[in-house]
Write a protein that binds this ligand. Structure first.
Ligand code: HPA
Length: 244
């Protein structure tokens, strides 16, 4: 297994990663968000890619998801853990909860979302019934439990376009649709990973109650505070995962 971690908001770097080199990669789809960071975490050689760029400069709809996944594939990656900060919709999804979702609903639009765009004259469809790798999900849940960190095994991640947060009515609709979590970067990343044949799972951190799910409006200060505390837990889980 060759593991890559895609870091989301609040995880622009991984403490404990002994970085050996940075690799600037170009792909047929353009540049990934940042150079690939190669290093050792625990017992594992891993790669790290900050999804929003090194200085957190790329909003969710401007991330080149195709270049990110293609760069990891080119570098020989087989497994991807995607770390994501999300809003919590259903009751259990409280701030600082860690969740390993098992389903996705895609509400994004206008993103370059496939490697199979038909330009080569081929029409290719991939199965996406279960959008995440069961084996990697299992490892993430096991790593959290091993680190004595509560984790919710399963949940539906609804991916919105952003960068604005949602209205209360949009969140109510997403809840009726069956979403437990809301984020802005889960798609098309997961689908591209599937198209590329990568084992892919998400480790989500709830950083706020979604719009309309708590008193008043969503507070960015609250998000920032929960991000810091939540990513601390994520680092521990990743450390154990790499040592499993
Ligand atoms: N909505 C969408 N994306 C998010 C949220 C949210 O409430 N919180 C963190 N990422």
């Amino acid at each position: 297994m060759k593991l890559a971690i895609i870091g989301g908001s609040g995880l622009g770097r991984i403490d404990g990663l002994q970085e050996s080199r940075r690799e600037t990669v170009t792909t047929p789809y353009g540049e990934p968000s940042a150079p690939l960071q190669h290093g050792i975490l625990g017992n594992l050689e891993i790669m790290f890619l900050p999804r929003h760029g090194e200085g957190h400069t790329l909003p969710p709809h401007r991330i080149n998801y195709r270049a990110n996944i293609a760069a990891l594939k080119q570098a020989g990656v087989t497994h991807v853990v995607a770390v994501a900060a999300v809003g919590g919709i259903t009751q259990a999804m409280i701030p600082q909860a860690l969740v390993v979702p098992d389903q996705i609903i895609d509400y994004t639009y206008g993103r370059e979302h496939t490697f199979f765009d038909g330009r080569d004259g081929n029409v290719t469809h991939v199965d996406f019934t279960y959008p995440y790798s069961d084996a990697l999900r299992y490892d993430l849940v096991a790593a959290a439990r091993c680190a004595d960190i509560d984790v919710i095994d399963g949940g539906c991640y609804g991916c919105t376009q952003g960068p604005r947060l949602e209205t209360a009515a949009e969140i109510a609709r997403m809840e009726r649709d069956g979403c437990d979590l809301v984020g802005m970067t889960g798609m098309p990343e997961a689908a591209l990973a599937r198209e590329a044949g990568l084992e892919y799972a998400c480790l989500a951190v709830v950083v706020n109650r979604a719009a309309g799910k708590a008193e008043g409006v969503v507070s960015m200060a609250e998000i920032d505070a929960n991000l810091v505390a939540g990513m601390e837990k994520v680092r521990k889980v990743l450390g154990v995962l790499a040592a499993l």
